[in-house]
Design a protein around this ligand. Structure first.
Ligand code: NAD
Length: 307
């Protein structure tokens, strides 16, 4: 009987755990729970006897990988997987997966919600502005970007997208205008939603050159990693353009400088909130469980990230 460890420092909601339990019971697997642990050694110990593991933001470092003597698969219930040592896993032939797309709607709703919050002056009782009729650029037309574009379209925004890895026709089929050049996207759009992955190509790639191209009323909305934004450029544009605003799911490192000088022109979540919904939580947990069953029963490696 395959053994699966559900290792979550921050446990799933009960409804998600019930669903995960049901999937594994049906498959005839044993589910072992390790929750709210405070010592990394507990994870190292618990992984030693299992075939598969589901984690959230838990740190799966080389020590954990090496301790997993029977471990064949680790699934990160979520989009990012930088908490897992992929190199160590690959060396041991362990498959690592994420569950892409399961929290995208939650992130997209937050992006739009934060735009409205800032446009309505933090709901402070004063008159604000509307999204309808404004231009929005989607920088990275993946799972999140696509939904942001769809919702924005429903709000009556004119939506553009730039993504060199997605076919122009696919973008246009969604009723979105295609921007082949990234600077063209920023120069057309009053709002830009950054939905890029963090990698060597994208880190600090959203910079002064792009900010300064934006038209009057420029608002940058970042629900991706903060490293994608060049903070030096951010401070420069804030100081030069009184119309420039920045919204981010998690504050930049230069938060104090922005907060101290540019009141009313920014909003930062106090902690990363994009995927923090009951629905996203359940979706990601169930998807992780199904992916493990599909992998063990028929070797399905869809969503493997360490190929
Ligand atoms: P995704 O992989 O589905 O989409 C990313 C898109 O960016 C892809 O379509 C890809 O082709 C495109 N892309 C890559 N490099 C590009 C480049 N240089 N220029 C333009 N486009 C480029 O990812 P996703 O699920 O849409 O998530 C996007 C990002 O959002 C993630 O990488 C993650 O960091 C972040 N995220 C944040 C939260 C949160 O809680 N705030 C939750 C989930 C994801």
């Amino acid at each position: 009987m395959p053994k699966v460890l559900l290792a979550t420092e921050k446990p799933f909601a009960q409804v998600a755990k019930d669903g995960i339990g049901k999937i594994f019971r049906k498959a005839g697997y044993e589910l072992i729970l390790l929750e709210k642990y405070t010592d990394h050694a507990d994870l190292v110990k618990a992984v030693s006897s299992v075939d598969a593991m589901i984690v959230r933001s838990d740190k799966v470092d080389r020590q954990v990988i090496v301790a997993g003597k029977n471990l064949k698969i680790v699934v990160r219930a979520g989009a990012g997987y930088d908490n897992i040592d992929l190199e160590a896993a690959s060396e041991k032939g362990i498959v690592v997966m994420n569950t892409p797309g399961q929290n995208s709607n939650a992130v997209a709703e937050l992006a739009i919600g934060m735009m409205i919050y800032l446009d309505r002056n933090y709901f402070n009782g004063t008159s604000g502005t509307e999204l309808r009729g404004k231009t929005l650029g989607i920088h990275g037309y993946g799972n999140v970007g696509k939904i942001v574009g769809h919702i924005a379209g429903c709000f009556g925004m004119e939506v553009y997208a730039h993504d060199p890895y997605i076919d122009k026709v696919l973008i246009e089929n969604d009723g979105i205008k295609y921007a082949g050049d990234v600077k063209d996207l920023y120069s057309r759009c009053q709002y830009v939603s950054v939905n890029l992955p963090a990698n060597d190509e994208t880190k600090e790639s959203v910079n002064y050159d792009l900010f300064s191209a934006m038209p009057e009323g420029a608002t940058l909305v970042n629900t991706a990693r903060k490293e994608i934004i060049c903070e030096k450029s951010l401070l420069k544009i804030f100081s030069e353009r009184p119309d420039f605003r920045y919204i981010s799911d998690i504050a930049p490192d230069c938060k104090e400088q922005i907060a101290g000088n540019y009141e009313g022109r920014y909003f930062f979540t106090p902690k990363k909130m994009g995927a923090q919904t009951a629905e996203a939580n359940i979706n990601a947990g169930l998807a992780a469980a199904k992916q493990i069953v599909n992998f063990i029963t028929r070797g399905d490696v869809t969503f493997q990230v360490n190929k």
